[in-house]
Design a protein around this ligand. Structure first.
Ligand SMILES: [Zn+2]
Length: 136
């Protein structure tokens, strides 16, 4: 086993290339400007791994971002239930809905980015490249 293998989870958090864990997946470090939120180079600047492996590759990230959104709402609901508690006798459910909608709007840029990262990490393994990309 290779002991120098970088931590997969940390590389995902840092949005690094799944093949070399060094190159950045996104052109801009920041999510601003929002219009360039999903701008990424065609290939990894360090190892040359292609990011959009095939045409329309990113369409699958819709399912990933859906799952991430549901998971976020679930975590928020559990936290809210533990801290505030749900009741039919007051407005706690409506306050939660407000918190949920606001956090979904605020977190959407991050969810969109991480869904691409997660999706690409499924198809590209460390040091091996992708199983989909045809070698030229
Ligand atoms: Zn790379």
């Amino acid at each position: 086993m290779n002991n120098n293998k970088p931590n997969r989870f940390l590389s995902m958090l840092g949005m690094k290339c799944p093949n070399c864990h060094k190159g950045n997946m996104y052109t801009n470090k920041s999510i601003f400007p929002l219009g360039k939120l999903l701008d990424m180079p065609e290939r990894c600047p360090v190892c040359g791994q292609k990011y959009e492996i095939e045409l329309g590759f990113w369409y699958g990230t819709g399912y990933v971002s859906y799952a991430l959104s549901v998971a976020t709402i679930g975590i928020l609901a559990i936290m809210y239930a533990l801290i505030v508690g749900f009741s039919w006798k007051d407005n706690s459910i409506f306050i939660f809905l407000g918190i949920m909608i606001t956090s979904m709007i605020v977190l959407q840029p991050l969810i969109m980015r991480f869904s691409r990262v997660l999706y690409l990490y499924v198809f590209v393994k460390y040091g091996k490249g992708s199983s989909l990309e045809d070698k030229k």
